[in-house]
Design a protein around this ligand. Structure first.
Ligand code: ADP
Ligand code: MG
Length: 277
């Protein structure tokens, strides 16, 4: 049972008989670290647990949208129109075969960055847009683009907490410090309560001692939890987006799918969520 206050560093203020929505930004300005894969897989895992999940594609390359079986080029409305205040978020939502709801991206999101930059309150566009619909969802997962630009600042401003996927390779930690500094700035300016769940090791090759050494180094270097278990490297992850589903559907018993299920359960536990629907 949730009570008013802070659980796991996350704001919770449920009214009697209602549940709280938790908004999680998956961010790392490095590309190819499995942000999009993590959003799709965690979204599917949380859906399996019975939660209502909204995924938001904030990358102009629209990989999340595409990987969930929706053609970004065929969309009439996308998160771009929502961020610019042209339509309410509810109008741009898409249902996916994976069971999650998606606020999709299209290539015109590149244009949103340029337009948003000139606006007053530009960091708050996403937060304001999501405020109208987030009560319909238990979890909102934000797939950030590989930059620390205005779209990522919007995600960090709208989020309760941040998950940082990290590929276990030499020098992969470079950039984590910069991301954590950005998170500190966001706390000072636009989102005082922003929390960090931790670093999620991805593309992990357990056969090498090197990957473990990288993780140990990251754990010492930054005072942020490194989450267990690492998500194993597997070709199964490459297969899933091609058919518009997550790995939880295409390879449900694979170690990769299991790892994301564990993380979904841990997120639920650490956020103190009880299933309220
Ligand atoms: P990002 O969103 O950070 O750019 P993606 O999620 O698009 O990263 O992943 C980059 C590539 O790595 C994709 O081709 C994806 O299928 C692949 N990938 C992601 N996670 C794994 C994994 N655990 N094992 C193998 N390949 C993976
Ligand atoms: Mg991506």
């Amino acid at each position: 049972m949730l009570t008013q206050g802070t659980i796991g560093g996350v704001r919770v203020q449920p009214a009697e008989g209602t549940t709280v929505t938790i908004t999680l930004a998956v961010a790392n300005q490095k590309g190819g670290v499995a942000k999009t894969t993590t959003v799709a897989s965690l979204g599917a895992a949380l859906t399996e647990l019975g939660y209502k999940v909204l995924l938001v594609d904030l990358d102009p390359q629209a990989c999340l949208t595409f990987s969930l079986g929706i053609d970004p080029d065929a969309l009439e409305l996308s998160v771009h129109d929502v961020l610019l205040g042209r339509v309410p978020a509810a109008m741009a939502l898409q249902q996916t075969d994976d069971g999650v709801t998606l606020l999709p991206a299209a290539i015109d999101l590149t244009g949103s960055e340029a337009r948003l930059v000139t606006r007053v309150g530009r960091e708050f566009a996403l937060r304001d847009a999501l405020a109208e619909i987030s009560a319909d969802f238990d979890w909102v997962l934000l797939d950030c683009s590989p930059s620390l630009g205005i779209l990522t600042l919007n995600a960090l401003t709208a989020a309760d907490t941040v998950l940082v996927p990290l590929q276990c390779e030499t020098l992969s930690h470079r950039g984590v410090g910069q991301l954590l500094e950005t998170i500190d700035e966001v706390r000072k300016r636009t989102n005082q309560e922003l929390d960090v769940v931790g670093i999620l090791p991805t593309l992990f090759d357990g056969r090498t001692t090197h990957a473990r050494a990288v993780l140990a180094d990251v754990a010492i270097r930054y005072s942020v939890p490194v989450l267990e278990p690492p998500v194993p490297k597997s070709v199964r992850f490459a297969e899933a987006p091609a058919v518009g589903r997550s790995i939880l559907t295409t390879a449900p018993t694979s170690r990769g799918a299991e790892a994301y299920r564990v993380h979904a359960r841990q997120l639920v536990a650490s956020m103190g969520r009880s299933r309220g629907r």
